[in-house]
Design a protein around this ligand. Sequence first.
Ligand SMILES: [Ca+2]
Ligand SMILES: [Zn+2]
Length: 385
Amino acid sequence: MEQSFKLLVAAIVAASLLSVIMMVLWKPLPEFDLTNTEVTSTDVYPDKGSVGTVFSIRAEVASYPEEGVRKCEQPKEVRAVIGGEKAVLIDNGLQGDEKENDCVFGGTWNSELSSGGKKQVFIEVGDYSGKIKRKRVGNVSLTETKCITVSNGKINIVFIGSNYSDPGQIVDDARIHSMYLFNVQPFKDYEDEIKITALNTSMDLDCGKKQGVSEGIHLIQCDDTLISRLGARCGADEIVVLLNSTKMIGSAIPHAYVSRIYPEILVHELGHSFGKEKINLGDQYSYGISSDQGRIEGLPNCDVEGCPKWDQVKGTSCVKVDKFGLPGCTYTDWYSPKKFDAEGGVSVMEGIEAREKRVLSPPFEKVGFDPVSEQYLKKVLEEYK
Ligand SMILES: [Ca+2]
Ligand SMILES: [Zn+2]
């Protein structure tokens, strides 16, 4: 008798423990009624682009249980379906969807693995029983990313656009930039050897500012891994990144980056990036620090006192002061091959001052390289040939 009583107590204790555990583990399914749910406004940005473009999608999904009542409930899933590919949309305030739990769901779709063409866009809302409500909300057009030959030759300079709204625009831009470049020596002499390729993409190459050599100087930094991969697709020897911006900006290393409306700045940046070294030509203006404070070990167009590097090169000298009146060629203890001369052949590596403008069209500033820089670029071009 006592034995069975103990067993009974043990059984009751076990059963109540189990129910406590069950109560902790078991959560009721959220209440969600698909029948009253509507997909109202939607937004897909951009509405066209090249393969590889990341699209942002927003959709408003709300329940209308009775006249005049709008509720933000949590469906099991809200997703966009674009050309058969799915992108989950979330209402947590972190997906470009405005506030948390405000019926606006957001997410992104990376078109990298898609083919070109017109794609239908649907928004799907799923409930907890597996039912789905589907609404067609529009289309996006995807352009195949292609390497388009602008001019023929062996040394391949590939132009890649960042954030272009029209992927085809890059072809026209590459043509204008290269025509300008072919007016500058030594590129002029190598026009027949240089191939110009444009990659028609509207991808965002994630270009932003980063801190430069000194306070106040900003450089451009993009997703260079992606850029190198895109360039390799077109067999690039050199890559130029055109930014869809009208700001007077340019930067170099490892590629040349420039606003699409300033081919003058491109020549300067290409001076830095053109060639197989990490830094090729240097800035012929002073950074305000000496060479033992800096990280650059040597530059073909800057030299120590006496300038032994170019004492055999015609038309050069050994100049202490840059065009801003400061001593130095990159570093304060280095010298330039040519004295600044605003009238005559200004070396573009002294720093470029372009006229402020709004569009990519002539007149462009006349620029050139000094004999030492020109000779260096010629050597690089010969090595590529
Ligand atoms: Ca939201
Ligand atoms: Zn520079």
